[in-house]
Design a protein around this ligand. Structure first.
Ligand code: MN
Ligand code: MN
Length: 462
């Protein structure tokens, strides 16, 4: 090797394609790990479903609900269920919490179409649902695809009726119709953002009129009769419901080489599943390990199930109290990985990324030092010291990683839960998986990156 080449190798920072430098065993393990991930995606299309599955998996792995006033010992495993929409799972460390807790945080809500409180109506003898979109979607992407209905009706007697229609082969699905190109001349003059407007996201749910001699709204009446038979609900019960339209298809492999995954809701279940499966694997850690799967990130983390609330502060407080130590000290000494996706460079739309500082599929987990927009506004910028800690941990564990910014300067921007974690006074950085078509009804990730995310979460909490 020439001296110059050697010097280059020594001094330059160079990223490499993970599939080229990984051994067969790693690639195979990644493939297998992602089979479990795909099943999770199919069964956890809403935050409520994700929490249900997380609890089931946690209990199978020795976790039990945290009990206030109980004394816990090292290695004990507990979880905190916040209203069935956010969950924190913890494994007690051999050191008490005042020495710091290792926290991983991901979110389990994804962009979708929520039904309005009074959704059902009839037009020209067709029944439809009015929706209000949740999170940042490109509205035109949600038309003419099969949709499934998920959620709950909360009834006045206190009971909860779960709904999931459209996931199984033999179940009906739903659809938002769009204009045919032949008659779309006027619509086609709209900007892409306005191609389909919010009030045009109306979901077709039926066409069969109730048999009667006379009367209007007979299709709507028939739909209500069917819902009444199945769930015991009346129209008024929509007012105390949370019902969501999500894409009705399942997760699948993408590409001849099966190296990629296509699915709805990968932002941010592509980090939530690794955080969950990692904390379930943690045994007898030195520091207490906490994984939190949160709701409401896509709408700003507000509300009592979002991470802007005091939920996590109280979780750490409860853990600390159960050991008779101070929770403020515990938080001050804690570390966090805020696990969320970043935008991978898209081969067709490379111009929105600055490629020296963007993330690529198959290059491993992406560390995002800061997010925000217009001069980093609204971000919490991770410290150089903590970046050093994280990259040292990753290198020591031989985990593939890269760094990434969300797009070129002033091209746009985004945010994550990182700033709410930072508000607790813990050290933190964003770390996750690069995604293509983020927030679309069908998002793409690379299997190797998903597996590296799992390895990172485990390494951090073990
Ligand atoms: Mn996200
Ligand atoms: Mn998002």
């Amino acid at each position: 090797m020439s001296d110059i080449k050697k010097l280059k190798e020594d001094l330059f920072y160079q990223r490499k394609n993970g599939r080229q430098i990984s051994d067969e065993k790693t690639l195979e393990t990644a493939q297998e790990y992602c089979d479990g991930y795909k099943r999770f995606l199919d069964n956890a299309k809403t935050e409520r479903e994700a929490v249900k599955i997380a609890i089931k998996m946690a209990e199978e792995n020795g976790f039990s609900p945290f009990q206030y006033g109980k004394q816990y010992k090292a290695g004990d495993k507990v979880y905190f269920n916040n209203r069935g929409k956010t969950i924190a799972l913890a494994v007690f460390g051999s050191e008490t919490c005042d020495n710091g807790v290792n926290i991983t945080a991901a979110h389990i809500d994804s962009p979708r179409l929520d039904l309005k409180p009074n959704p059902l109506y009839e037009e020209i003898e067709l029944a439809l649902f009015k929706t209000h979109y949740y999170g940042g979607i490109r509205k035109y992407q949600w038309t003419a695809i099969p949709l499934a209905l998920h959620g709950v009706f909360a009834l006045k007697d206190g009971s909860l009726k779960s709904v999931a229609i459209g996931e199984n082969e033999d179940e009906p699905k739903f659809v938002i119709n769009d204009l045919l190109p032949h008659l779309a001349a006027e619509q086609s003059k709209r900007t892409l953002a306005e191609g389909i407007k919010g009030e045009e996201l109306n979901v077709l749910v039926g066409s069969h009129p109730f048999k009667a001699d006379e009367g209007s709204e007979l299709v709507k009446l028939n739909i209500l009769k069917l819902l009444n038979e199945k769930y015991g609900i009346r129209e008024e019960d929509f007012l105390s419901a949370e019902l969501e339209m999500v894409p009705a298809y399942k997760a699948c492999d993408i590409g001849f080489d099966r190296s990629l995954i296509g699915a709805y809701g990968q932002d941010d279940r592509v980090c939530a599943y690794p955080a969950l499966t990692a904390v379930l694997k943690v045994e007898n850690p030195q520091k207490t390990a906490v994984a939190i799967l949160a709701d409401k990130e896509e709408v700003g983390s507000m509300g009592n199930t979002g991470l802007e609330s005091d939920f996590l502060r109280f979780v750490i407080g409860d853990l600390a109290k159960s050991q008779g130590v101070d929770s403020t000290v515990a938080l001050r000494n804690s570390k966090c990985l805020s696990a969320d996706v970043n935008a991978g460079v898209d081969p067709t739309f490379q111009e929105v990324s600055e490629k020296r500082n963007a993330s690529f599929l198959n290059y491993g987990v992406v560390i995002t030092k800061y997010t925000g927009a217009r001069g980093k506004a609204g971000t919490s910028d991770a410290s150089a010291e903590y970046m050093a800690y994280v990259r040292n941990m990753l290198d020591n564990a031989n985990i593939l990683w890269q760094t990434g910014e969300l797009g070129k300067v002033d091209a746009g921007g985004g945010g994550t839960v990182a700033k709410y974690m930072a508000n607790l006074g813990v050290d933190f950085v964003d770390l996750g998986v690069p995604v293509l078509s983020m927030h679309a009804p069908f998002e793409t990730t690379a299997k190797l990156d998903v597996y590296m995310c799992y390895r990172t979460m485990y390494e951090f909490m073990k």
